[in-house]
Design a protein. Structure first.
Length: 319
């Protein structure tokens, strides 16, 4: 019973405070067959209490590479009638990484909250308990610094030595507020991210944190990167073997799509990539589609990979 009560409180917070849903607005909640529908119903109740209208859409669950950055045409059309979108697909990022939603965001015709690949724990523990007003202000400050840079360099104690050009790319602040058209957030939240200039990333990534679709792993996975693509994946453990399979079988899964810095001091180090990538001092690099970041590379996957360190891993944003 206490779980349901806590979820209801957080749903009201998300709808009323973070998304600032107003009376008469239309809210679409996109789920899949793996979604914990208690989350969807709590959000729907909060939307109704705010005087707005909700529509819940359920799409098939998708495996990696199986149109897992796509939604069906019915949902694509439904975005055109919505003021607010909430993504709750549990099996994939389809409800956030699809092209139709991002075209609406770019045109500032909708605002969005992503809760894809999350469960009830992400609502009521860890990063969900952060002060999002303070976190958003910090994210804006970091983004302003980031926008001045031309290159980014990442080093970690585990052995990452990575560099990419970033000049001119959009910097995204995902720090728990999306109260205006064109804004997007997640929940739980706390990151600033950007796409590198296509084809410029190079170096070595040593992934010792959880990986989307794979989870946590005992042995680090090492990726060699050249000209914006993964050219080799090292490691003998099951995580490395699974990632090699995805890289070999899924279109453009080798593309370096995103670099993100975690800011949330409340996020847990619990093996959940959605939770850990938001944690202060962590960095994540994503593979696959970069369309939602303004790029030209389509892939049916977007795979966040977390590098966990004891101190901030981004060494510098250089002129």
């Amino acid at each position: 019973m206490s779980l349901i009560i806590d979820a209801s409180v957080q749903a009201r917070r998300i709808i009323e405070k973070l998304l600032a849903v107003k009376p008469g607005e239309e809210v679409i909640i996109v789920c899949d067959t793996a979604t914990d529908m208690r989350m969807a119903y709590a959000l729907a109740a909060a939307v109704q209490a705010a005087g707005a209208e909700f529509t819940i859409c359920i799409t098939p669950s998708r495996n990696p590479g199986d149109r897992s950055t796509n939604v069906n045409k019915v949902i694509e059309a439904a975005y055109h009638g919505a003021d607010v979108s909430i993504g709750l697909t549990r099996s994939s990022g389809a409800a956030i990484y699809n092209r139709a939603l991002w075209e609406r965001l770019k045109a500032k015709r909708i605002r969005h909250c992503s809760m894809v690949m999350r469960d009830m724990d992400n609502w009521i523990k860890g990063g969900a308990l952060a002060d999002y007003e303070a976190l958003f202000a910090e994210g804006e400050r970091l983004a302003e610094i980031w926008r001045q840079g031309k290159t980014i360099e990442i080093t970690t104690p585990a052995g990452t030595e990575f560099r990419a050009s970033i000049a001119g790319e959009v910097v995204f602040v995902e720090c728990g507020k999306a109260h205006l058209p064109g804004m997007q957030m997640a929940f739980s939240d706390g990151e600033v991210s950007q796409m590198p200039n296509e084809g410029t990333a190079h170096g070595r990534l040593v992934i010792d944190g959880p990986i989307c679709y794979i989870g946590s792993h005992a042995e680090p996975v090492t990726l060699e990167v050249a000209n914006g693509r993964v050219v080799k994946c090292y490691g003998e453990g099951p995580a490395a073997r699974r990632l090699r399979q995805i890289l070999e079988e899924v279109e453009n899964a080798d593309n370096i799509a995103e670099i993100g810095i975690g800011l949330n001091p409340m996020s847990l180090r619990n093996g959940d990539f959605e939770e850990e990538k938001k944690a202060r001092g962590n960095v994540h690099v994503a593979l696959g589609s970069n369309l939602t970041y303004g790029g030209t590379v389509y892939s049916p996957v977007h795979i966040d990979m977390v590098e966990t360190v004891a101190k901030p891993p981004v060494q510098k944003l250089a002129d």
